[in-house]
Design a binder for this molecule. Structure first.
Ligand code: V4E
Length: 215
């Protein structure tokens, strides 16, 4: 299982110029995401994000450190870290644990059979497409994505993947150095796509997540 450590940033013409100087564009893609939760927001209120992307299920959830509220220095607080689970039986297990469904689901675990969704009362609450341009740096292990969501929000992210229990400090340091090279000076957390999407489309859900300090 991998942990994604990332820092979001707003990309202006200067940032893009620097990115093209220090990075190599490794591809462009269109990503269609569908996010699922119960009508009571069981998952997202626990900062768990269940999505279907390119026909595969993914669950992003907080790491043990994030859950214990350990945040570290200011530079680290600009970054997020989430475990990424891609095994469907494990996703199902974790989701079921949170929803505390009494009734055992008899659903199988194929990517095509989606009966487990309705059995757990999961519905799609957000759906959007992102045009993504990805860059890698000469420094190994850093990826930079420039995202343009179809609802009109642009955001960049510097990300480093580590294994669970891996060296998070080293990842944060790589991100800090990359941010410096890109000339990023802001010390405010930048909103992700979901933040903007929910604020516009589901203000009640958004307000609930804000009040619980999830977003
Ligand atoms: C973790 C999370 C959400 C799920 C989507 O994560 P995000 O990294 O924003 O999307 P994307 O498309 O870049 O995924 P990737 O391709 O990198 O896997 S939606 C909200 N969160 C929580 C969250 C947060 N609290 N603060 C920030 C800055 N980002 C995300």
């Amino acid at each position: 299982m991998s942990v994604e450590v990332e820092r979001k940033f707003l990309c202006n013409a200067d940032t893009l110029k620097k990115l093209e100087e220090i990075g190599v564009c490794v591809g462009q893609q269109q990503i269609h995401d569908q996010y699922f939760d119960t009508p009571e927001f069981h998952l997202t209120l626990r900062d768990m994000w269940l999505r279907k992307r390119k026909g595969c299920w993914e669950l992003k959830c907080p790491t043990a450190e994030a859950q214990s509220g350990k945040q570290g220095e200011a530079a680290a607080s600009l970054c997020t870290r989430y475990k990424e689970i891609t095994s469907l039986p494990e996703i199902h297990l974790r989701v079921k644990e949170v929803i505390k469904q009494d009734r055992e689901s008899e659903a199988g675990f194929s990517q095509e059979d989606e009966s487990w969704l309705s059995k757990l009362d999961l519905v799609c609450f957000a759906e959007f497409t992102t045009a993504r341009c990805s860059f890698t740096l000469k420094e190994e292990g850093v990826q930079i994505d420039l995202d343009q969501a179809d609802f009109g929000y642009h955001v960049g992210e510097i990300e480093v993947l580590i294994s669970e229990g891996g060296d998070e400090q080293a990842a944060l340091e790589k991100i800090r150095k990359t941010a410096e090279k890109l000339g990023l000076t802001g010390d405010q957390r930048v909103k992700g796509k979901m933040d903007v999407y929910l604020k516009r489309n589901h203000p009640e859900h958004y307000a609930k997540l804000l009040s619980e300090h999830i977003l």
